[in-house]
Ligand binder design. Structure first.
Ligand SMILES: [Ca+2]
Ligand SMILES: [Ca+2]
Length: 136
């Protein structure tokens, strides 16, 4: 169903199938390259790549096996402190959750935004454990 939906979305967006088939490989999650389709998460405030970052796409029930690029190379679970959302996600954005399997408290991250988990978002500081696509 997801493939069918993606194809339909591509047609609606006016992207020709020829162009799609000749474009570079689909962005890969966890390859250390934060692409427009991805949510980049960071170990520190202020989206500091050199202090630890990771590229996610959504649909991650847990962050097992995902470790920071650069920084301390620790697991990203319970350690995300700021985010930068790609401008062209699969859906309207993401929902980030406190616990694995999309449980606990959560909030939405709209495409194209970046912010620190401070102020009204401080309750998610070093807490997030799963990431879902939002408004597909
Ligand atoms: Ca990537
Ligand atoms: Ca952190």
């Amino acid at each position: 169903m997801r493939l069918v939906a993606s194809a339909a979305a591509a047609i609606v967006a006016g992207i020709g199938m020829t162009a799609a088939s000749t474009s570079p490989a689909v962005a890969r999650t966890g390859d250390g390259n934060c692409e427009k389709t991805e949510l980049c998460v960071y170990d520190s405030y202020g989206q500091k790549t050199n202090e630890g970052y990771y590229d996610l796409r959504g649909g991650h029930k847990n962050f097992h096996g995902m470790n920071w690029f650069r920084g301390d190379h620790g697991n990203i679970g319970d350690d995300i402190s700021s985010v930068k959302a790609g401008s062209n996600p699969d859906c309207q954005g993401w929902t980030i959750w406190q616990h694995v399997n999309y449980k606990g408290y959560s909030f939405h991250i709209a495409k194209g935004v970046k912010f620190d988990f401070t102020g009204g978002y401080a309750w998610m500081y070093n807490e997030a454990s799963s990431l879902e696509k939002w408004r597909c």
